[in-house]
Write a protein that binds this ligand. Sequence first.
Ligand SMILES: [Fe+2]
Length: 148
Amino acid sequence: MIVSPFARRAYVASTQFDHTSILRLIEWRWDLDPLTVRDAAANNIAEELDFNPKGKKCKGADGLIEEGKEVMDEFEEDTLDAGLIGAAQKVEHYEIAAYGTVAAYAGILGFTDDQNTLHAILDEEKNTDRTLTDLAEKLVNKDAVRAA
Ligand SMILES: [Fe+2]
């Protein structure tokens, strides 16, 4: 079941989608290489939505990508690693906000299964953020301070 303002009304598709279909959409939308074999094989959920995602840019994501590029231009080696972790954490926080919001909407609409799936994705995003924090605090930030 698709919960989206872009879902087609009274439309039934027989194509199977799961949360990796959203990754597939993101990769397709921004011409990114697949992160995993699983999402490379996933069906692109954009095929079942009533909009042209190539025609609308996400200003928030574009801004985060631009900030990441600036980090790559301004820092080197150990300080670059610390800067990239910071940039990646901004992306994770953006994803946490987005998945948290959509999970809440799914709950309000009574789509419990979808809400559970979105909470599982939200937990993955939070775990990634914690992993990045651990990496920064235990290793990369100290190297960056020594290099600065
Ligand atoms: Fe993420």
